[in-house]
Design a protein. Structure first.
Length: 425
């Protein structure tokens, strides 16, 4: 799961980027093509995407595209709550041409609205790991935005100050690390549990992702032959959640935003935060000298079990009923052709295309994620198999638990009820 200054990030819930370009004119021979371009039909491409942390880069990419295509206006909205925006826009008839959807669940839920991109020229360059999240009945509907991973991001200097000489690989070691930080007077966390994607999606994903067969497990819950209470490591998940509250801000965590969570960590006020590779830009803008890394969140006392969630969380898709269908396809082709420049070098995303290369400039989080990938120590983004919108709904009972208003048992009862109601619809 998204600014030239930090305050711009904290103040921006959504940004509309309209890039209007005028055709050049003149008497020089080199500009003879300008009149033909100016006579082309004016086109407005409406784009909705998440990842507000790269809003400036999206703005620049849109501006560059408009310079190369003077008849095109890119009307882009970069917003956190894409799902709500999409429902509103489609309901009002103001449909986007290109938009963001979540891996698999979003593809599935919006499937009837999507154009089949299977035969697009860039599809052969998509990494194999990105295909399952975009494919339904053999048809491929997505343009993968980036490969991402998340875990506990940690401050190396604060770990050293507390006498922690290795990252935790077991639940017991994680507790010991928290105790050492506490003894050194260093807060472990300031978790952004105000945000659904931090608590109800990414963290709650772990017990499902750590299952031996997440697809089978979630399929059984959907079919009513299993319950969330049956998820093997569910209690272990709550143990980790308890640690983040006990060694962090406690019940106050439910009021901490993503922006504040990252700011607290980047400013050296906390030793860890549960986040992913997408935070690299924000961290380094606030504190370019910070030494930090990322490790997988353990749920057992067997180091071999501990793995990092890695996947493709989002895809660009095309509205099959778009009045600018060909222009939308052309834009995606251009974005792939220039992906190294924009997606990798500018947005600092880890590419999901074979013909794009991750660079050292992507930083320590990408480096640490790649170590897990190389060792085959990864688990999936299993939440993509949940019924649509469940991460948002699950957040409320989990927040109530962090706030001391619900027991583990009550939380799971509520989660199961929400899940059952969702699959009935």
């Amino acid at each position: 799961m998204k600014k030239n200054k930090w305050v711009a990030l904290t103040a921006t819930a959504a940004l509309t980027v309209s890039i209007l370009s005028a055709c050049a004119g003149g008497n020089e021979p080199a500009k003879t093509a300008a009149p033909a371009q100016s006579s082309a039909p004016k086109v407005t491409l409406k784009l909705i995407q998440g990842k507000v942390e790269v809003t400036d880069q999206v703005k620049q990419m849109a501006a560059d595209y408009a310079l190369e295509n003077p008849n095109v206006t890119i009307d882009a909205q970069v917003i956190r709550d894409v799902d709500t925006m999409l429902k509103t826009r489609f309901a009002s008839g103001d449909e986007p041409d290109i938009f963001f959807v979540k891996s698999f669940s979003g593809i599935k839920d919006w499937n009837e609205r999507l154009y089949d991109l299977s035969n697009e020229p860039w599809m052969s360059q998509v990494m194999d790991t990105a295909l399952p999240g975009m494919t339904i009945n053999g048809k491929k509907f997505g343009f993968p935005v980036a490969m991402e991973g998340y875990g506990f991001i940690y401050n190396k200097d604060l770990f050293a100050k507390a006498g922690i000489d290795k990252v935790p690989t077991t639940l017991t070691e994680l507790k010991q690390a928290n105790e050492k930080l506490k003894a050194a007077g260093i807060p472990s966390y300031a978790e952004g549990y105000k945000e659904g994607f931090v608590l109800g999606r990414n963290l709650f994903n772990l017990p499902f992702a750590y299952a031996s067969n997440p697809n089978d497990l979630i399929g059984k819950i959907n079919a009513g032959t299993a319950k969330v209470q049956d998820v093997p490591l569910m209690n272990n998940f709550f143990d980790v959640l308890d640690m983040t509250a006990k060694y962090g801000k406690g019940a106050e965590s439910v009021g901490i935003s993503y922006d504040n969570q990252v700011a607290e960590f980047a400013n050296g006020k906390t030793a860890m935060m549960q986040q992913g590779v997408w935070t690299i830009e924000l961290i380094t803008k606030v504190n370019p000298n910070l030494k930090f890394g990322m490790f997988a969140i353990p749920l057992t006392d067997n180091p071999a079990d501990t793995k990092l969630p890695v996947g493709i969380p989002n895809y660009y898709v095309v509205n099959k009923d778009s009045k600018q269908l060909e222009e939308a396809k052309k834009f995606l082709t251009w974005m792939h052709k220039n992906g190294q420049k924009y997606l990798v070098d500018s947005m600092h995303l880890i590419p999901a295309f074979k013909d794009m290369k991750a660079t050292k400039e992507l930083g320590p989080l990408a480096d640490d994620m790649n170590l897990y990938v190389e060792k085959n120590q990864t688990i999936p983004w299993a939440y993509s198999l949940w019924p649509a919108g469940m991460d948002v709904q699950f957040t409320k009972p989990l927040q109530a638990y962090v706030g001391g208003q619900m027991s583990r048992e009550k939380v799971l009862e509520e989660v199961q009820k929400l899940w059952s109601n969702a699959v009935k619809k």
